[in-house]
Design a protein. Structure first.
Length: 62
């Protein structure tokens, strides 16, 4: 499976900045892990805003 949105769970601090910025609303903070997750990566606009806003560089868009 080719991933579009790659989230490094060991780096993610669950700040939610990416969730707030995502125009497609496909990112969310998982209640169990308190980390960012993707609901539907096929809807990603690939503009990389989430990459730029992440303070710990935990998100990469292919």
């Amino acid at each position: 499976m080719n991933k579009i949105v790659l989230i490094n769970g060991s780096l993610c601090i669950g700040c939610g900045k990416c969730v707030e910025l995502c125009p497609e609303k496909i990112l969310y903070i998982d209640s169990a892990s308190k980390k960012c997750k993707v609901s539907d990566e096929s809807a990603c606009d690939k503009r990389r805003g989430c990459e730029r806003v992440c303070p710990v560089k935990a998100i990469k868009i292919k």
